[in-house]
Design a protein around this ligand. Structure first.
Ligand code: SF4
Ligand code: SF4
Length: 404
C-alpha cells in the first residue's frame, strides 16, 4: 500500500517576512515586564518573546495553527509596550499584523458586530431608535441575560447611555491659513464628536484651517483581525478622501487610528492634533480649573502617536489643574480595538485594574484620548462604585479656552 504524504497547509510560503522579523529577536526577555498579558497570565506563550517564537514556528511551517497557538496570538493587545523597550528594535507591530494576516480571521471573530460598529451612519440611526425605545434603561438587563464571554454582551455594556453629539459639518473651518484634514473615523465620529469639535476649536484658535473628512472606519479593526482584503479597501477609501481634501496634514483625535492611517498614507504626515497644539499653542490661554484630574494615557498615545508628554504639557497650562497621570506599563485598560468584544473577561480584568489605580488617585474626573478606552473604562465604573465624568483631554482644553 502506498501512503500519500499529508499535504501541510502552506503557511510557510507566505511567512518569509515574519521569519525575517522574528529572527531580529535576541530573546533577552526585556519586554516581558512591560507586557500586560504576561502580567495577567505569567505564561511565556502570552509574552512578546513567546508570541514571536510562535509566529516564527507558524511562518516556517514548524507548527500547525492549532486553536491554542492562535489564541496566544489573538490575545495580544497590540499595545506595543514591547516594541518600545526592545533593544534589538524588533518591529513587533508589523510582525503581529503579518502573522494575523497569515492566520486569517479567527472563526469566532464577531464579524457582524464589528461590521456594524464600523458603520457610523447606521450606528447613529440605531442609537436614535434605541433612545426612543429607552435602550439606556434596559440595555444592561439585556446584557446580563447573555453569557459572560458574549461579544454582544460586551457591546451592550459598553454602549453609552447618553445620545451622541451632532456630527461635525464637513466644511472647512477657518480662513486660508495652513490647511489640515480631520479624520473622524467610525466609533469616534459618533461618540467622540465633541472631542473632534474641540480639536477644530483649538486648532482654529491657533490660526489653522481644518476640513472634516467623511466619517468611516480607518480599517484598524480589520487590519488587527487578519482581514487583509477589508483593511486594504478601507486604506483605499482613506487615500481617496485624503487626496480629495487637498490638505497638507491628516489629523485624528483618536490615537488608536493613527497607526492604520499612517500605514494607508505612508507619504503623508498623519498626526495627533496634540502635537500641533503643543508646538503652536503659546497663544492659547486657559481659564483656571481647581480639580484633581486623572489622566489615562492610552497605549497608542504613548507608543504610536508619541504625544503623551505633549498632552501633559498642554493640560498643565490650565491654571489650578492637578494632573494625575496613571502609571505606564504593564497597565493597559484592555480595550485594545476589538479585544474588549472578543475577550470580554480578559478585558474586564485589565480594565478593573486600571480603574482601581485611577481610584487610588481620588480624581474628580478621568481623561483619556481613545474613545474605545473611555467607553470600556466607563462600562466598569458602576460595578466598582465609581462615577467620575470621563472625557477626551481636548474637550476639557476647549472648555477652558479663553476666547479673545
Ligand atoms: S525585548 Fe526584543 S529582543 Fe528581547 S525578547 Fe523582547 S522582542 Fe526579543
Ligand atoms: S503588543 Fe502588548 S500585549 Fe502584545 S506582546 Fe507586546 S506588550 Fe504584550
Amino acid at each position: 500500500m502506498t501512503i500519500m504524504p499529508l499535504e501541510k497547509t502552506p503557511l510557510h510560503a507566505a511567512g518569509g517576512r515574519i521569519a525575517e522579523l522574528a529572527d531580529q529577536c535576541v530573546q533577552c526577555g526585556l519586554c516581558l515586564p512591560v507586557c500586560p498579558t504576561y502580567a495577567l497570565d505569567a505564561n511565556e506563550a502570552e509574552s512578546p518573546r513567546g508570541r514571536i517564537a510562535i509566529a516564527s514556528a507558524l511562518a516556517r511551517g514548524l507548527a500547525d495553527p492549532t486553536a491554542d497557538l492562535r489564541r496566544h496570538i489573538d490575545h495580544c493587545l497590540g499595545c506595543l509596550n514591547c516594541e518600545k523597550v526592545c533593544p534589538a528594535h524588533v518591529r513587533y507591530d508589523e510582525l503581529l499584523v503579518e502573522t494575523r494576516t497569515l492566520l486569517g480571521p479567527a472563526p469566532e471573530r464577531p464579524r457582524r458586530l464589528l461590521w456594524l460598529i464600523g458603520q457610523p451612519a447606521l450606528m447613529r440611526a440605531l442609537r436614535r431608535l434605541g433612545g426612543w425605545a429607552g435602550l439606556a434603561r434596559w440595555k444592561d438587563r439585556l446584557a446580563s441575560a447573555l453569557p459572560a464571554a458574549s461579544p454582544w454582551r460586551a457591546a451592550l455594556l459598553t454602549l453609552p447611555r447618553q445620545r451622541p453629539a451632532a456630527p461635525l459639518t464637513r466644511t472647512a473651518h477657518g480662513s486660508d491659513a495652513p490647511h489640515l484634514a480631520l479624520f473622524p473615523g467610525c466609533v469616534a465620529s459618533v461618540d467622540d464628536a465633541q472631542a473632534q469639535q474641540a480639536a477644530v476649536t483649538l486648532l482654529r484658535a491657533t490660526g489653522l484651517r481644518v476640513t472634516v473628512l467623511p466619517a468611516f472606519c480607518c480599517g484598524a479593526l480589520d487590519l488587527h483581525g487578519g482581514e487583509a482584503a477589508a483593511a486594504a479597501r478601507s486604506a483605499r477609501r482613506v487615500r481617496e478622501a485624503w487626496v480629495a481634501s487637498g490638505a497638507s496634514q491628516l489629523l485624528s483625535v483618536t490615537p488608536g487610528c493613527l497607526g492604520t492611517l499612517r500605514r494607508a498614507l505612508p507619504e503623508a504626515e498623519v498626526i495627533d492634533p496634540v502635537e500641533l497644539l503643543a508646538s503652536r499653542g503659546d497663544t492659547l490661554r486657559f481659564r483656571p480649573l481647581a480639580q484633581r484630574v486623572a489622566l489615562h494615557l492610552p497605549c497608542s498615545q504613548r507608543n504610536v502617536a508619541g504625544t503623551a508628554q505633549a498632552l501633559q504639557s498642554l493640560l498643565q497650562r490650565i491654571p489650578g489643574l492637578e494632573l494625575l497621570p496613571l502609571t505606564p506599563p504593564p497597565h493597559c485598560c484592555g480595550a485594545a480595538g476589538s479585544h474588549l468584544l472578543e475577550f470580554p473577561e480578559r478585558a474586564a480584568q485589565l480594565r478593573d485594574a486600571t480603574l482601581r489605580q485611577a481610584a487610588s488617585l481620588a480624581p474628580q474626573q478621568l481623561l483619556s484620548s481613545n474613545i474605545g478606552c473611555r467607553l470600556h473604562l466607563a462600562s466598569g465604573m458602576a460595578p466598582l462604585g465609581l462615577a467620575w465624568p470621563q472625557r477626551h483631554p481636548l474637550t476639557l482644553l476647549a472648555e477652558q479656552l479663553e476666547h479673545e
